[in-house]
Design a protein around this ligand. Structure first.
Ligand code: ATP
Ligand code: MG
Length: 254
């Protein structure tokens, strides 16, 4: 089976600033990988490339063995058409630090919007599934409210339900608890632990919650200036890292 995500010789530049240079890694079906590293090391850029929110400067990203935005044809690198990209992107969900819910829609409409308009699901079917997901994240009774009436932690749980409503193969989580008051973090992490245990969605996770990272991830990758400094099982990287740089980084966030 091909990896669910493969980065092959990925380069990302913003102007003449090289953020990722020659990055290679694989994520297997059901594998959960946590990305750590100092601010500016390229973690968000990696997630945004998978979500096709950034243009890939060089190299390839393969999803289930299929090209995401660029294909290799002979010795040529060919950019795919928007329609082809959109087809693959349906399998990928992302939750952001700042929720990004649609403010003018009720909670349940936030969750059913994409399944109805992108996947073409029936409204009733989408609604039933959305209610089940809202139940899973503990917010079934808030379905008809507007997001503005929810706490940050509740908004983030809606955002998770919204991502899951697309039945993604891949879930990207970018510091989803960083903007929350400390007392709201636990509920969001509990929901994500439940998702990790009850599905085989592959996940790329950026977080400063090291206990959570240790519990849910199979692998931790430490980035420094767009390179993988070291990677391995969470116990090794978080508990006994080889690099002084990793040790200093972990000290700084504890
Ligand atoms: N749209 C952009 N235009 C120009 N430079 C950018 C853009 N987005 C990111 N960068 C630069 O790319 C580098 C990597 O940024 P990125 O957001 O991926 O880092 P990060 O590891 O997620 O950092 P943090 O921990 O602060 O979130 C930074 O130097 C950043 O300034
Ligand atoms: Mg970031």
């Amino acid at each position: 089976m091909p990896p669910v995500i493969r980065f092959e010789d990925v380069v990302k530049r913003f102007g003449d600033h090289t953020v990722l240079s020659d990055l290679n890694f694989d994520v297997a079906q059901g594998e959960r990988v946590t990305l750590i590293g100092p601010s500016g090391s390229g973690k968000t850029t990696i997630l945004r490339l998978v979500m096709t929110l950034e243009h890939l400067t060089e190299g390839y990203i393969w999803i289930d063995g299929k090209p995401l935005t660029h294909d290799r044809r002979g010795d040529k690198r060919v950019q795919l058409k928007q329609k082809e990209v959109a087809e693959t992107r349906k399998q990928i969900g992302m939750v952001f630090q700042h929720f990004n819910l649609f403010p003018n829609m009720s909670v349940i409409d936030n969750v059913t919007e994409a399944p109805v308009h992108v996947l073409g699901r029936g409204k009733e079917e989408a609604r039933e599934r959305a209610l089940a997901l809202l139940d899973q994240v503990g917010l079934k009774d808030r379905a008809d409210e507007h997001p503005s009436r929810l706490s940050g932690g509740q908004k983030q749980r809606v955002a998770i339900a919204r991502a899951l409503a697309m039945d993604p193969k891949i879930l990207l989580l970018d510091e989803v608890t960083s903007a929350l008051d400390p007392e709201l973090v636990g509920d969001v992490l509990a929901v994500l632990r439940d998702v990790a245990e009850s599905t085989d969605i592959s996940m790329l996770i950026v977080t400063h919650e090291m206990k959570f990272a240790r519990d849910v991830s199979h692998k931790v990758m430490m980035f420094d200036a767009g390179h993988v400094l070291e990677q391995g099982p969470p116990d090794q990287i978080l508990g006994n890292p080889s690099h002084e740089r990793t040790r200093r980084f972990l000290d700084s966030i504890l």
